[in-house]
Design a binder for this molecule. Structure first.
Ligand code: 13P
Length: 387
């Protein structure tokens, strides 16, 4: 039962390849109205539609210069239908500058009852119709974000699985049991020991978020949109790099199992993961080279080489860390069968917002900041950033 025609597959493959063309990445400008409110509050600008429009006009009006390093922009619904001062729709402005418009289609996180503060992401109802409309109105790709948090005493999922498995396993046991029975035993015992500790992400959260991402991905692909699959493991916490790696590996493994179960055409998808970094409150500091090695090893272990590209989120890293780490990732020796680039929100916009400050007079300096950041990350996506 093929989910997609050959033509649909070719179209998705083409879009995904264009997004991760060498030296290019994504500008994530899809902040919801609430998140945009936080960004604007930091520069004392009121969170009203006109100010949000002015700001996005600044970003998308940075001109052809921007498209040297930005292949695509992710938009929020409101922005997707807004226009520049002269009446040109933002979507057209982007297309005219050779930048591919994308759309955030999830409807935000909701709590997973019965878990330790974990969540899933909502927005599947009516998604088919929404994707169809967005595609008609010019979107070529979509984004859906799931969030997983680390809170673990120990890497214990293995213990759960192994103990359950060993209880059902029989090596040499048959013979021994037969002998005991012969010698008079009537029943037997096998003891497994598991200890209770904190353990998020839970099995439920990983399974649920992987499944909702897979379901979203199929709906997008059937409507001609390349799905960006974003299972974000949050950097909150004091866990070390090894724990971040272990959890990210588990989350990505669940994700790709679900994508396989749902018959997703991997060649027409992109992955948007966190880099593997220690928790923000971890005392130990790691070099970009160590972070890069852990990140690439994690991806090697979990992401099929059929996936054309990996577009990292910046996840609260500073602009400079996000660039330096991406550069180090692209300098790792060894197997890297996917493009490794950026889909940054905060790390492409913090200085832009500060330079603009809500003032028309600062438009050009805001745009200059954006072009500078885009160029630095474009170089980092090729391992050529020199600072
Ligand atoms: P950050 O780069 O600010 O983490 O945002 C990227 C994004 O789109 C998160 O969904």
């Amino acid at each position: 039962y093929p989910a997609l025609t050959k033509e649909q597959e070719d179209e998705l493959r083409k879009i995904a390849a264009a997004i991760v063309a060498p030296g290019k990445g994504i500008l994530a400008a899809d902040e919801s109205t609430g998140t945009m409110g936080k960004r604007l509050a930091a520069i004392n600008v009121e969170n009203v539609e006109e100010n949000r429009r002015q700001y996005r006009q600044l970003l998308f009006g940075a001109g052809k210069e921007l498209s040297k390093h930005i292949s695509g922009v992710i938009l929020f619904h409101e922005t997707f239908y807004q226009k520049a001062d002269d009446g040109t729709p933002f979507v057209k402005m982007l297309n005219d500058n050779n930048i591919i418009p994308g759309i955030k289609v999830d409807k935000g996180v909701v709590s997973l009852a019965g878990t330790d503060g974990e969540s899933t992401t909502q927005g599947l109802d009516g998604l088919g119709e929404r994707c169809k409309q967005y595609a008609k109105d010019g979107a070529k790709f979509a984004k859906w974000r799931c969030v997983l948090k680390i809170g673990r005493d120990e890497p214990s999922r293995l213990a759960l699985i192994e103990n359950a498995n060993v209880l059902a396993r029989l090596d040499g046991l048959h013979e021994r049991c037969a002998q005991y029975k012969k010698d008079g035993a009537g029943f037997c015992k096998w003891r497994c020991v598991l200890k209770i500790g904190k353990s998020t992400p839970s099995y439920l959260a990983m399974l649920e978020n992987a499944n909702v991402l897979a379901r979203y991905a199929m709906i997008c692909q059937q409507n001609g949109l390349v799905p960006i699959v974003e299972p974000e493991v949050l950097p909150d916490g004091d866990h070390d790099l090894a724990m971040a790696q272990r959890v990210t590996e588990e989350v990505l493994s669940f994700t790709y199992k679900a994508l396989a179960d749902h018959h997703i055409f991997l060649e027409g998808t992109l992955l948007k993961p966190n880099m593997v970094t220690a928790g923000q409150s971890c005392q130990k500091k790691y070099t970009p080279e160590t972070i890069a090695a852990a990140t690439v090893q994690t991806l090697q272990r979990t992401v099929p080489c059929a996936v054309p590209g990996i577009t990292f989120l910046s996840g609260g890293q500073s602009e400079s860390d996000a660039t330096v780490n991406l550069n180090a990732i692209n300098q790792v020796q060894g197997k890297r069968p996917w493009a490794l680039t950026f889909s940054y929100g905060r790390a492409l916009q913090a200085s832009v917002l500060a330079a603009w400050g809500g003032k028309q007079d600062n438009l050009k300096s805001g745009q200059a900041e954006l072009v500078k950041l885009a160029e630095a990350n474009g170089l980092a996506a090729m391992g050529q950033f020199t600072g």
